[in-house]
Design a protein around this ligand. Structure first.
Ligand code: KG4
Ligand code: ZN
Length: 333
């Protein structure tokens, strides 16, 4: 029996989870609402709130799992990529816990953990598979050859898909984070009312900055003619933007799957919570006779369950970190 405590603190979610023999027993996520007032995550505030949240989150995760801290066999934590001050809180907590209990420490790459969230539960993809990882900071098509053998075969050259969602919502005057709100209004709108441009980027890479500018000018021009334009057409605008972003992502994913001859296709990261993208992936896979893998909602956005499951697979290999380990703001695979 192996009990892994997972810790996630790379951005603005403080999360703790317990994984026993590869099964998630608890996953506590403390969201930080303080950033709403600033229209984006303020790094210094994020790390201070992590400090307040980390001990209660871990206590709650142990309680929900009905596990004592003496039963924990290893602590897995997010080493990076992320905000350095935020990561530091999780890394320091994990080190202290491991030292106090004399148990191994396991470092986890946050982007690999998003992919490994697919190994929570029974519907697991088979290697090799493709994973489109779309979050606030990343947009990657990952060729997953094994648990820790992953290759980025396509990525964004500028903004991430989640950033495109969040910046669009800011242009529309919606609060941060805008992705879930775009999703909400898009459900009520017609996606074919407005046609935003699809960037022509060679290969499997993405670009979202041109789209963001096109949306900005589109809104500016329409609001100049009618100050209530956004209010009157919010649902259709959100539906049209969401459809464009989903189409850009799925077209490249389809191309990657055909180029690499892969039939198991997965979605990960915060933007994989998006309804249009989820439905689009299912339709794409049905059309091509591929199998789609989409994590449960709570495992899409940042969470410690994915860190704990990644930690579990490293635990099985005996892949442990030393007490001198430091967080990394940038951390390639
Ligand atoms: O993976 P994540 O929780 O944090 C990062 O590592 O960045 O991703 C957060 C991103 C944000 O940009 C947020 O707006 C977006 O995921 N997001 C969504 C939805 N839920 C979260 N975007 C579109 N539709 C959603 N339902
Ligand atoms: Zn993330």
């Amino acid at each position: 029996m192996s009990v892994i405590l997972g810790i996630e603190s790379s951005c603005d979610e403080t999360s703790a989870a317990i994984c026993a023999d590869g099964h998630i027993l608890s996953n506590v996520i403390a969201n930080q609402t303080i950033h709403e007032a600033y229209g984006g995550v303020v790094p210094e505030l994020a790390s201070r709130v992590h400090q307040q949240n980390i001990v209660p989150a871990v206590q709650q995760a142990l309680l929900n799992a009905n596990v004592s801290k003496n039963d924990v066999d290893a602590v897995a934590f997010t080493r990076g990529p992320g905000l350095l001050g935020s990561l530091l809180v999780g890394v320091s907590f994990a080190k202290a816990f491991a030292l106090a209990k004399n148990i191994p420490l396991i470092e986890v790459n946050h982007m690999q953990a998003h992919v490994l969230a697919h190994f929570i539960g029974d519907h697991k993809p088979s290697f090799p598979f493709l994973c489109l990882t779309v979050s606030g900071g990343h947009t990657q098509i990952v060729l997953v050859k094994d648990y820790f053998d992953m290759q980025v075969i396509g990525q964004t050259l500028d903004d991430a898909a989640g950033e495109a969602m969040d910046k669009t919502s800011k242009i529309l005057g919606l609060p941060y984070p805008g992705g879930p709100l775009i999703d909400k209004y898009a459900r009520l709108g017609n996606p074919d009312v407005y046609r935003f441009p699809e960037p022509q980027i060679p290969g499997l890479d993405f670009s979202f900055s041109g789209l963001k500018t096109a949306i900005l000018y589109f809104i500016r021009d329409h609001v100049a003619g009618d100050p209530d334009f956004i209010q009157k057409n919010l649902n259709d605008i959100c539906a049209s933007v969401e459809k464009r972003i989903a189409t850009i992502l799925l077209n490249k994913l389809e191309r990657a799957a055909k180029e690499y001859g892969i039939k198991d296709i997965a979605l990960a990261g915060g933007v994989s919570a998006n309804t249009g993208l989820r439905q689009g992936l299912v339709a794409l896979c049905q059309r091509n006779g591929w199998e789609s893998f989409i994590p449960k909602m709570e495992y899409c956005t940042d969470n410690a369950a994915m860190i704990a499951i990644a930690g579990y697979y490293k635990y099985l290999k005996g892949d442990f970190a030393g007490q001198n380990i430091a967080p990394l703001a940038r951390m390639p695979f």
